[in-house]
Ligand binder design. Structure first.
Ligand code: SAM
Length: 332
């Protein structure tokens, strides 16, 4: 299976350096060509079943499908009542920038129903939120009638002028709903709306973490032992009792979206269990996370591990954190 995935990546190769490229992602631009010729080229992260080499059209369709999921009233309701930071990684990332952006203009992208609004409004009065889901924004306005929000897409922030913000925040892996090309557009837009030396934080899923390669029949996360704590079992029973069609929905969504999975080596798109496998999410390795930020004109300040809030060392080429919190500074 692994050999098959690698073979398909080679077929997709469009590298102008005439080597046998092993990383299909280099089709997107010259900055990545050299990676397929570098000594580390060819290092692959094992692919779950059915992940193929990426094709731009199908990736764009995946991103469109993900956007539709966030318009679904059932999914929107899942965000009601969320408050506070999600984990130590988010806390550490926000604390690290707090002294630098206090009372400064902040843009909160993919705000959902506003979990991060209270956190960021404690830092500043110049707070603006956006989300591309009209349903999220409609409900957000009911919950927070006094907060400025608009329907805007991270990939097109043309509602905002150059250099408008000191901090751009895109939390809870919202960025992973968009495809590789969209990710580049988002990074370019985030850079444009940030002032010189402005800060960007986003959380993003780790391709070497426990959420990559999930299935509806898993008894534990990939690479982790089964979680048989009584509270976890009780939670599982409760979820399925209160919503007896949950399991059916999860299997149906998984099989519908699995065909859209793709693997480019250091990034991939794969269904994840959140929202019953309806989202095909983007995953990156820590190495790729650093290089994509640098290629987009940012200096990486720190990358935090999500459960512990520890800084992942700059030299690390692997991490098993489920997701990363990247803090980056706009290069002038
Ligand atoms: C996982 S939810 C998180 C919501 C909220 N930030 C929270 O932490 O509770 C991701 C949110 O990002 C939004 N989103 C995803 N891609 C987006 C994009 N390209 N532009 C704007 N919003 C986006 C979704 O509509 C959704 O509300």
């Amino acid at each position: 299976m692994f050999r098959e995935a690698t073979r398909q990546m080679r077929v997709r190769c469009a590298c102008p350096c005439s080597c046998v490229a092993k990383d299909a992602s280099h089709v997107v631009g010259p900055a990545t060509w050299e990676r397929c010729c570098s000594p580390s080229a060819g290092r692959q992260v094992a692919s779950p079943r059915s992940a193929r080499a990426p094709e731009q059209d199908s990736l764009a369709q995946v991103a469109t499908g993900n956007q539709a999921v966030f318009e679904d009233a059932r999914v929107v309701r899942e965000f009601i009542g969320r408050e506070g930071w999600l984990d130590q990684g988010e806390l550490a990332a926000l604390l690290s920038v707090a002294p630098l952006v206090r009372s400064e203009p902040v843009l909160d992208i993919g705000v959902g129903l506003g979990r991060t609004s209270s956190l960021l409004r404690m830092l500043t009065d110049a707070y603006v939120a956006v989300d591309y889901s009209t349903e999220m924004v409609r409900m957000f306005r009911e919950i927070h009638p006094d907060v400025t929000i608009s329907v805007d897409d991270a990939r097109d922030l043309s509602s905002f002028q150059n250099g408008s913000f000191s901090l751009v925040y895109f939390s809870d892996n919202g960025v992973d709903a968009i495809d590789e090309m969209g990710r580049k557009q988002y990074l370019a837009e985030a850079r444009r709306v940030l002032r010189n030396d402005g800060l960007l934080i986003h959380s993003t899923l780790n391709k070497q973490g426990q959420n990559y390669g999930e299935t509806p029949w898993q008894l534990h996360h990939p690479g982790k032992p089964p979680d048989l704590r009584p509270e976890r079992i009780a939670q599982w029973c409760w979820h399925n009792l209160k919503d007896p069609f949950r399991a059916v929905r999860r299997y149906r969504n998984f099989f519908a979206s699995r065909g859209a999975a793709s693997d480019a080596g250091d990034w991939a798109m794969y269904p994840m269990s959140a929202h019953d496998f309806s989202i095909v999410a983007h995953f990156v390795t820590v190495t790729r996370l650093r290089s994509e930020l640098e290629e987009a004109g940012f200096d990486v300040v720190a990358i935090y591990d999500s459960p512990s809030g520890a800084v992942i060392p700059e030299s690390a080429t692997r991490s098993d954190t489920p997701m990363f919190y990247a803090v980056a500074r706009r290069r002038s």
